[in-house]
Ligand binder design. Sequence first.
Ligand code: NDP
Ligand code: 2IT
Length: 451
Amino acid sequence: MDAQTEELFGRIERRNPGQPAFLQAVKEVLSSLGPVLERHPHYADERIIERLSEPDRIIVFRVEWLDDAGRVRLNRGYRVQMSSAIGPYKGGLRFHPSVDLDILKFLAFEQVLKCALTTLPMGGAKGGSDFDPKGRSDSEVRRFCQSFMTELFRHIGQFTDVPAGDIGVGLREIGYLFGQYKRITNEFSGVLTGKGVEWGGSYVRPEATGYGLVYFAEEMAATAGETLADKRCLVSGAGNVAQFTAKKLIEVGAKVLTMSDSDGFIHDPEGIDAEKLAWVFQLKNERRGRISEYPERFPGATYVPAAASGATLWSVPADCAFPCATQNELSEADAARLLANGVTLVAEGANMPTSPRGVARFLEAGVLYGPSKAANAGGVAVSGLEMSQDADHLSWSPEEVDRRLRLVMGTIHANVRQVAAEYGHPGNYVVGANIAGFVKVADAMMAEGVA
Ligand code: NDP
Ligand code: 2IT
């Protein structure tokens, strides 16, 4: 960063004390913008970066609910509406004990640029709660969701803000949230995405983030004249994104060696095939069990608890890495280990999973590195397609949605590469994604003027 950008970042730092994840996300973007600010000084004159890192609005509220024993429980709910420059606020809801304003501001900031890359008209937001769904009964989750929506409903709407899922929020939670919104407003609309196909959802939305990630990785590999067939792949996480990443990787002939949850990881040297993956789907989505059960069912595999040795799944030798669990799950040491083992492609399904020093390692090594805001944009892109279908009161076939998802991922990939080259960093997907997303939002902000 040059002296002027350093000074600008210093101001943002002073305005947002105690928010390391948010500042990490802003700094990563700022570090890419040098060439565009030099070429277009009007962005600095209009203070676009400072305006973009200040949310339009933050809503914080109390969520109280009754557990199965009839005791009163208390959580905090949030919605960070970051930018509506290019469309209604859009972005997921996360239910996880680690959720706080810092985490949601980082996610909302990333979401603004990600949505800009999708080619669809969506702004950026994120929300959620420090509620922990783990170990909670269905009726406790339902009561929590209903209470959460009893406040959130007044801040969202199909033309205002359209939430969806993220960590801890899947089909079940979206169902309870949608039911409560409808009960309160007497309105059946596209106010949430990730709905069931029978009640206003889109085919391929559950698959979209993982499938889109693999489509993006295929495009990356093709620039080196490669495919993913027979590649040894590391996947982290075992939730929505990890499951469908693994599914598509298996479909295209790659070998998936690992999956994980917050307790530890499994390494299956023979590869997780379609049948084993179907068992993981059942374990995680129906029984809501732990990945540690995998070796009991498939004895060729080993389980490594996270706390035991500090070992991470990134130490398993492989060709490609797909972090799909959570932010900062891949450290500089992990990146170094992956590179030493000869990894050639890294594509991020989770949001900001690689630490800044880890990213620097990948870029220095010149491996294919696809940052999250480009590589995992397939999820929100199909959310955008769900909004289109809701607005038109119709439903496209799975084939049609998948075709459009592939098209969107191909377009993002081409655009990101083209912009990176145009600004003097050919092959650098970080610079390409940050500049392409930024310019689109910045130009809209300029056109809409300061009020
Ligand atoms: P899920 O809740 O379905 O799965 C999350 C997975 O990550 C679980 O295996 C979970 O393990 C693990 N995990 C969560 N938090 C931690 C943690 N602090 N440390 C270690 N492991 C953790 O979420 P998704 O699959 O939807 O989301 C995964 C990532 O993908 C997130 O970064 C999310 O923001 C991102 N993403 C999601 C999209 C979507 O459409 N769902 C779209 C784009 C990005 P455990 O069960 O033990 O908690
Ligand atoms: O991080 C993300 O892009 C998501 N969690 C999906 C958001 C959405 O609105 O579909």
